[in-house]
Design a protein around this ligand. Structure first.
Ligand code: CP
Length: 311
């Protein structure tokens, strides 16, 4: 039985297979409409979410399965002091697979160690968000036609942004990637990541102004300043509008540069950019459903529960 804690849990070849499956699901949805009949997905969300929780639920419903769960730790027995380990042992009696989001780094990993069903890390603190990374990679592959040979700018909160940490981890396995980290000094990408890039001989630059590097980019990955991870409101208020991507800045970019964002957005992308064909963040959210459908099928299969399609 397999879990997904980190994008590196899948090899590059396994990711290719997963993305091929996601594309097949997008192309032939009817083929998969009963694939998970009789199966249940539990969504255990100890932190707020719109896209991740609802796209997991949509994914399971699209596969003919059912969903149960909670969207707030306060409405679960965590509020009475129940541990994640105990909760997952109970969820394992009720569901076939679980997607878990938790504010504490490593909590889904603790759950996976005690679980009788596959556990998917749906975001743990400022650490990892592997299914967002699968979504990002599928979007890039679908819209650019390749995963490799590009310059990617990651802009905004690179310190607390778990989507950024997961995406860097995943991209370093593809050839000829150059990173440009665009952040205020207070929100720089953590040293353990730049140390790792240095050790692997992967090229990167760290800059402060988006205007200075946007013309070099094939991909621009915007992120929100993570208010919930700040220690004080004053720092958040000072940094929250540090970057605002607008039409003027888009004029400096390549004609085929793509703008991605894991969403939710606050102010970092002006709504006037939404109509630019290079702005693909809403398409990206849709790819998230297909890749989560592919992931549910793959992990259930690993747990000895092949989908109805395969039987
Ligand atoms: N991208 C993402 O994780 O969004 P949610 O927090 O709404 O799930």
């Amino acid at each position: 039985m397999r879990h997904l804690m980190n994008p590196l849990d899948f090899t590059v070849e396994e990711l290719d297979t997963l993305f091929d499956l996601a594309v097949d699901i997008e192309t032939y949805p009817a083929k998969y409409a009963h694939a998970c009949e009789g199966r249940k997905l539990a969504t255990c969300f100890y932190e707020p979410s719109t896209r991740t929780r609802l796209s997991f639920e949509a994914a399971m419903l699209n596969l003919g399965g059912q969903v149960l769960g909670f969207s707030d730790a306060g409405s679960s027995s965590a509020s009475k002091g129940e541990s994640v380990s105990d909760t997952i042992r109970i969820i394992s009696c009720y569901a076939d697979i679980c997607a878990m989001r938790h504010p504490k780094e490593g909590a889904p990993m603790v759950a996976a160690e005690r679980s009788g069903i596959p556990v998917i890390n749906a975001g743990d603190g400022g650490h990892q968000h592997p299914t967002q990374t699968l979504t990002d990679l599928l979007t890039i592959r679908a819209l650019k036609g390749r995963l490799g040979s590009f310059t990617i700018g990651l802009c905004g909160d690179l310190k607390f942004g778990r989507t950024v940490h997961s995406l860097i981890n995943a991209l370093i396995r593809y050839p000829d990637i150059h990173f440009i980290f665009i952040s205020p000094p207070e929100l720089k990408v953590p040293d353990y990541i730049t140390d790792m890039l240095h050790d692997k001989g992967i090229t990167y630059e760290e800059v402060i102004r988006l205007e200075d590097s946007i013309s070099q980019l094939d991909l621009l990955y915007m992120t929100r300043v993570q208010r919930e991870r700040f220690f004080n409101e004053e720092d958040y208020v000072r940094l929250k509008d540090f970057y605002i991507l607008n039409k003027e800045k888009m004029k400096l970019a390549k004609k085929d540069m793509l703008v991605l964002h894991p969403l939710p957005r606050v102010n970092e992308i002006s709504v006037e950019v939404d109509d630019d064909p290079r702005a693909v963040y809403f398409k990206q959210a849709k790819y998230g459903v297909y890749v989560r459908m592919a992931l549910i099928l793959t992990l259930l299969q690993s747990a000895g529960q092949p989908c109805n399609l395969c039987q």
